[in-house]
Write a protein that binds this ligand. Structure first.
Ligand SMILES: C[S@@+](CC[C@H](N)C(=O)[O-])C[C@H]1O[C@@H](n2cnc3c(N)ncnc32)[C@H](O)[C@@H]1O
Length: 298
C-alpha cells in the first residue's frame, strides 16, 4: 500500500493481532535473531554506552539512510558514532499516524530505514504496534535485540540478577500510574515472594510512592534497593539503600527519570551459595548428558 491515505494504525494492530491468533508467521521458522532479514529492523540500542550496541545493530546503523530513534535514552554519542550519514528523526512526540508513513515512505523509496529503541525493543518499547502497522502496509519488519537496562544495571552493580539461594527469578516490571492500575501493579507481590529480583522500569519519579506501598504492605524496610541512573552512560550514578531509605536518597539526588530501580538481596550479592554447575554437577562426568545440559544452563 503506497498511497498517502492515512491508514488507521488501530485497524492494522487489530488485524495483525487477529492474523497472529490464526496462523504462525512462517518467518519464525526461517530466521533466527541476528540473521540478516529484509524490511525495517527494530534495533535495540542498548542502555547507552555505544560499545554495548550489538554488532548487528552497528552494521545496520552504518548502512542506514533514515534512523528513527527513541529520544533521550538513545545516547547521542552512539548516533554520532554510527549514524553519521543517516537522517535522524526523534520519535518523541510523534504518534503512529506520523511515524508509520514516515518509515513506510522512506522504505518504499528504497532507503535503508532503522527504527532504534533504547535498551531492548521488546521491553517497554511499544515496538510491536509500530511493526504491526508497518506489516499491515506491506513493509516487513524484524527485531534486532539489545542489552536491556536491567542487564547494564546488574553489570554496574557487579552482581547477578539471579543468584543461587538468593534470587531464583527476575521480574521486569513498572509501577502503577497512567498505564497500570493499582491492581495491575505487582511490585509488592514480587517482593513478597522473597527470591525475586525486581527490576522496575519507568519508575524513577515514583520511588517514594512505590516504597511507601511496600512499607504499607509490611515488607522488611531493610530489603536492599539500588537505583541506577543512566546505567553505562558517562554520568551514570548508583544510589544504594533500602526500602526504608531509598526514596530520601533519590530525592536528594534529584532524579525523576532515566533510572532503573532494583529491589532484592541480589543487589548486594551477599549470602549466595556456590552453584551445582561448578560443584557436584562438574564432578559427575558425562554419564548423564541431559542433567549436564540443564546444569550448564545455570
Ligand atoms: C520506555 S522504557 C524503555 C526500556 C528499554 N527498552 C530497555 O530495554 O532498557 C524507559 C525506562 O527504561 C529504563 N532505562 C532505560 N535506559 C536506562 C539506563 N541506561 N539506565 C537506567 N535505566 C534505564 C528507565 O527506567 C526508563 O524509565
Amino acid at each position: 500500500m503506497t498511497d498517502d491515505t492515512p491508514n488507521d494504525p488501530q485497524d492494522a494492530i487489530d488485524s495483525q493481532g487477529e492474523r497472529r491468533r490464526e496462523e504462525l508467521d512462517d518467518r519464525i521458522f526461517d530466521h533466527s535473531a541476528g540473521d540478516e532479514q529484509e524490511g525495517i529492523p527494530f534495533v535495540g540500542a542498548g542502555p547507552g554506552n555505544p560499545r554495548l550496541l550489538t554488532v548487528a545493530g552497528k552494521e545496520l546503523l552504518e548502512e542506514a539512510d533514515l534512523v528513527v530513534h527513541a529520544g533521550s535514552l538513545v545516547n547521542s554519542e552512539l548516533l554520532d558514532e554510527y549514524c553519521a550519514h543517516a537522517e535522524l528523526v526523534n520519535s518523541v512526540g510523534k504518534d503512529l499516524e506520523e511515524l508509520i508513513p514516515l518509515m513506510r515512505d522512506a522504505y518504499e523509496d528504497g532507503d535503508n530505514v532503522v527504527r532504534l529503541h533504547s535498551g531492548d525493543p521488546a521491553i517497554y518499547g511499544a515496538a510491536l504496534e509500530q511493526m504491526d502497522a508497518l506489516e499491515h502496509e506491506g513493509v516487513p519488519t524484524h527485531f534486532v535485540p539489545g542489552v536491556t537496562s536491567a542487564f547494564a544495571a546488574s553489570a554496574t552493580l557487579r552482581t547477578q540478577l539471579t543468584l543461587n539461594e538468593v534470587s531464583n527469578h527476575v521480574a521486569f516490571t513498572r509501577p502503577q500510574g497512567k498505564t497500570l492500575t493499582p491492581e495491575e501493579d505487582h511490585i509488592s507481590d514480587f517482593v513478597e515472594m522473597g527470591d525475586v529480583t525486581t527490576c522496575i522500569y519507568l519508575g524513577t519519579h515514583a520511588v517514594r510512592d512505590t516504597m511507601d506501598r511496600l512499607l504499607e504492605d509490611e515488607h522488611d524496610p531493610e530489603t536492599p534497593v539500588a537505583v541506577i541512573y543512566h546505567a553505562s552512560w558517562p554520568d551514570e550514578d548508583v544510589i544504594i539503600g533500602s526500602i526504608g531509605d531509598i526514596a530520601d536518597k533519590v530525592e536528594e539526588a534529584g532524579y525523576r527519570a532515566s533510572a532503573l530501580v532494583v529491589i532484592g538481596d541480589a543487589v548486594t550479592g551477599a549470602g549466595y551459595e556456590r552453584s551445582f554447575l561448578y560443584g557436584d554437577w562438574a564432578n559427575r562426568g558425562s554419564s548423564d548428558s541431559s542433567a549436564e545440559t540443564e546444569a550448564s544452563d545455570d
